[in-house]
Design a protein around this ligand. Structure first.
Ligand SMILES: Cc1cc2nc3c(=O)[nH]c(=O)nc-3n(C[C@H](O)[C@H](O)[C@H](O)COP(=O)(O)O)c2cc1C
Length: 382
């Protein structure tokens, strides 16, 4: 998998390369993580489509397109010169927009649609900035607005798949109603984060609710269940549990992008994955810190476009430690003791009861005493 640092990666495909939203693994949108190198990394390890981070419509409409001949990229820069989004020709990227209005969404989509494979609308982000602006999860309770936004995009962007990403609503009935309204607009796929708007990231994603939605909605519209897929066995388990053949992965991919090789392939050592990521950052002159969460701690406060050898050595050393910990289950044990379950014994018991019959979502490394233990990296965003 690892290639020479400056090699042009073979992750992009020709415009005619056939693909669909059926039977795929998608890299979920992640703010400040899904930079071009990280998306290319996911593609190299097998992601069928990669989402951009969410970008807000009014920021996108101010962007100018330019081609960077030195790097081979297509860049979208703000009037201020700030790079907002970068891609390579034929990258299989779905561009995610944050929007509250059909007109703004369309104007923003028109800026980028010739250079991306799909336009996605974020309807799940619960953070204050989004919701106060009528974006993200605020749209979950506005089906008419949702229909207006998606319908406008579908009608005006022929040949460009339009999709959206939602969360579960408070009742299965409400989720179904919203999904039906979305389906009627003619979208190409619907990603469903299996948590409700106010659920904490550390609570289990509700696969049973996604399965119910799948049953009630029928199989015409491809669904991409999202949430809590961290290990190769979770890929098979989530497919079985939800009845959906396509899945969307966020934190699991951030920890180890080789998860996209699942369920056929084992995870690659994290240091190997990070080494490749570093090479791609060099190749595309991208801040190492901006995309590098990968379970290695917070982003570098002083990122440099070309990571210095010490910085890289430090990251790789951290990866070695993490691989080692993973192998013996120490990290999971520590998370269990120090993390959510330790502080919420009642909830942990309920969760264990609820998960007892769920196929696939089993601990990464079973502990000697048989207790559940699993990496639970922090989540944010939609
Ligand atoms: C760092 C980070 C950034 C995120 N940014 C976005 C975003 O821009 N748009 C979005 O729809 N969801 C965003 N999310 C939510 C994820 O796409 C996903 O729905 C959530 O993490 C649950 O999936 P997981 O359990 O596989 O992590 C973000 C999550 C994380 C961890």
């Amino acid at each position: 998998m690892a290639e020479a640092a400056d090699a042009a990666p073979n992750q992009a495909d020709g415009p005619e390369a056939p693909w669909s939203y059926r039977n795929i693994l998608a890299l979920a949108p992640m703010v400040r993580v899904n930079t071009l190198p990280f998306r290319l990394l996911a593609r190299e390890y097998g992601a069928n489509i990669v989402y951009s981070e969410e970008l807000v419509d009014r920021s996108v409409v101010q962007c100018r397109r330019s081609e960077n001949a030195a790097l081979g990229t297509i860049d979208f820069r703000h009037e201020s010169g700030k790079l907002i989004f970068s891609t390579v020709p034929h990258e299989r990227v779905a561009f995610q927009l944050g929007t509250a209005s059909a007109g703004d969404a369309l104007r923003a989509a028109q800026v980028v649609c010739a250079d991306v494979r799909a336009i996605d609308i974020n309807m799940g982000c619960p953070v204050k900035f989004s919701v106060q602006g009528g974006m993200g999860a605020a749209l979950l309770s506005k089906p008419e607005r949702v229909k207006d936004i998606l319908g406008t995009l579908v009608r005006n962007l022929p040949g460009v798949p339009v999709t959206c990403k939602i969360r579960l609503l408070d009742s299965a009935h409400d989720t179904l109603q919203l999904a039906r309204a979305i389906q009627e607009t003619g979208v190409a796929a619907l990603a469903v984060h299996g948590r409700r708007r106010n659920d904490r990231p550390r609570w289990w994603a509700q696969w049973d609710q996604v399965a119910l939605l799948r049953q009630q909605l029928g199989s015409e519209l491809p669904l991409l269940p999202n949430g809590d897929i961290f290990l190769p066995e979770h890929v098979r388990g989530a497919r079985e549990a939800t009845g959906c053949d396509s899945l969307m992965l966020a934190r699991g991919a951030m920890w180890n992008a080789s998860l996209f090789g699942a369920p056929e392939a084992e995870l690659r050592p994290q240091r190997e994955v990070v080494a490749r990521y570093v090479a791609l950052c060099r190749r595309y002159d991208t801040y190492l810190g901006s995309g590098l969460r990968l379970g290695l701690g917070s982003a570098d406060p002083n990122p440099s476009p070309n990571p210095n050898p010490n910085q890289v050595r430090r990251l790789l050393w951290q990866c070695q430690v993490r691989d080692h910990e993973h192998a013996r289950g120490a990290r999971q044990d520590r998370d269990l003791q120090a993390g959510a379950e330790g502080h919420r014994p009642g909830r942990a018991r309920a969760r264990r009861r609820r998960d007892a019959g769920r196929p696939g979502l089993r601990p990464a490394v079973p502990r000697a005493d048989g207790a559940r233990a699993r990496a639970r990296p922090a989540a944010r965003g939609g």
